[in-house]
Design a protein around this ligand. Structure first.
Ligand SMILES: C[S@@+](CC[C@H](N)C(=O)[O-])C[C@H]1O[C@@H](n2cnc3c(N)ncnc32)[C@H](O)[C@@H]1O
Length: 268
């Protein structure tokens, strides 16, 4: 065999061996590549009205503690992201529903709930939170934006008195929170979003109410009350607050407690 043919044959052999090696490598990589369904969201990714940033798990826990959720509750998370709040509530034995506009996040949440074994109590719907009826919720959780909270506020204020609203970090304009808690790094919150705020939907109590003691007139600013108590022929200025249907106020140096029973004020 000529030297030239020998070189050509050796070259062909090397080429075939290399091709086989690359083929095997490509096959192995294809096997390692993530399945098409392994959607991985990125913190800060765009959303319809708000980007996705997850609430730190330790704050999710605190938000649900603050709302004092029990299995009697129905929790709704508006803009539910990867489903963590709904899943955490479901793990506490609570029925919970996530409303999320991004269909990939909805599917991811369903997979996460199934993995955690709470698929039966944790549900997710692909929907726009502005077009969602959340009147059945006894607890609403959210991590949206201040202007979105403000847009939702009129609807929230028509919910059943006592409904608890918990927000990660963002406020509700001049409706000040009933409770606020900021978690420290020592408490496990090392990220930026570590404040939970709670509002309790107040009963509507503005106006005059006849009570055995006399007459109470309330001026209501969300949960804050001012007004007068007329009793024993005198008029006293009052100050107080309403928490769901429970009313507390002080007037004339005395503390009063009461409850709205429908439209009737029952004063103790
Ligand atoms: C800041 S993330 C909060 C996610 C989750 N609630 C949490 O605390 O981890 C806001 C979520 O709202 C979703 N979102 C934005 N606009 C929405 C809309 N109009 N309706 C429903 N979901 C929306 C985003 O896709 C994103 O997942």
């Amino acid at each position: 065999m000529s030297a030239f043919r020998l070189i050509r044959r050796t070259g062909t052999l090397v080429f075939v061996v290399l091709l086989a090696a690359f083929g095997t490598l490509a096959f192995a990589q294809a096997q390692k590549a993530p399945a098409a369904s392994a959607y991985e969201p990125q913190s800060g990714q765009a959303g319809k009205d708000v980007v996705w940033v997850p609430t730190p798990q330790v704050l999710v826990d605190r938000m649900l503690d603050m709302a004092k959720v029990t299995p009697a509750d129905f929790v709704m998370d508006l803009g539910s992201g990867d489903g963590r709040t709904v899943i955490t509530a479901a793990k506490r034995g609570v029925r919970a529903l996530g409303i999320e506009y991004n269909p990939d996040m909805v599917e991811l949440s369903k997979r996460n709930a199934a993995k955690e074994g709470v698929g039966g109590r944790a549900e997710f719907i692909k929907a726009d939170l502005f077009e969602t009826d959340f009147s059945k919720a006894s607890v609403i959780t959210m991590f949206l934006l201040p202007d979105i909270n403000l847009k939702l506020r009129p609807k929230i204020l028509t919910l059943k008195p006592g409904t608890r609203i918990v927000s990660n970090s963002f406020t509700m304009g001049d409706w000040i929170a009933d409770e606020t808690a900021t978690l420290s790094a020592a408490e496990g919150c090392t990220a930026s979003w570590c404040t939970a705020l709670l509002w309790i939907v107040p009963a509507r109590v503005a106006g005059s109410h006849k009570v055995p003691q006399g007459e109470v007139s309330f001026k209501q600013d969300f949960q804050m009350l001012t007004g007068t108590l007329r009793a024993e022929g005198k008029t006293f200025a009052l100050e107080g607050r309403v928490r769901g249907e429970e009313i507390t106020f002080s007037a004339g140096g005395r503390a009063y407690r009461g409850k709205m029973n429908g439209k009737t004020l029952e004063l103790r």
